[in-house]
Design a protein around this ligand. Structure first.
Ligand code: HEC
Length: 125
């Protein structure tokens, strides 16, 4: 029965996002993570590209769309829309999510730090 199946899918989706929602993410702690791990290559300021593209408005943005930044074809053509569900595995291991990316960042293995960082990225708008 399609309606039941839809419900099951919704329940599953709620379950898979539960670990992220279980703890109040701390955007202030995430800003500290950003400064240590990302700010060497990324600015939170709109239009300010460094080694990496500006991360202003990153949550909800389509990959590879910051003007005047020379992306790798891998990032540009990935078709990803950066939401929390996509950013989490990407920040864990960028090359696993975007094979061929020129982002030379090994990944952030600490799930709490990633959740905080994503909460901070969500404020950049
Ligand atoms: C050594 C420099 C460097 C570091 C450190 C780095 N990045 Fe990047 N990042 C890049 C580059 C370069 C790209 C463009 C990748 C491409 O075109 O393949 C990028 C791309 C991205 C993108 C995709 C942007 C888009 O518009 O599609 C996101 C999201 C991102 N980085 C987030 C982060 C976060 C969050 C951190 C910190 C945990 C981080 N990066 C650390 C260099 C870096």
């Amino acid at each position: 029965m399609p309606a039941r199946r839809l419900l099951a899918v919704a329940a599953l989706a709620a379950l898979t996002t539960a670990p992220l929602a279980a703890r109040a993410q701390d955007a202030a702690a995430g800003e500290a993570v950003f400064k240590k791990q990302c700010a060497i290559c990324h600015s939170p300021v709109q239009g300010k590209n460094m080694i990496g593209p500006s991360l202003f408005g990153i949550v909800g943005r389509t990959a590879g769309t910051v003007p005047n930044f020379r992306y790798s074809p891998a990032n540009k053509n990935s078709g990803i829309v950066w939401d929390a569900a996509k950013l989490d595995p990407y920040l864990t291991n960028p090359k696993a999510v975007v094979p061929g990316t020129i982002m030379t960042y090994a990944g952030l293995k600490d799930a709490t730090q990633r959740a905080d960082l994503i909460a901070y990225l969500e404020t950049l708008k």
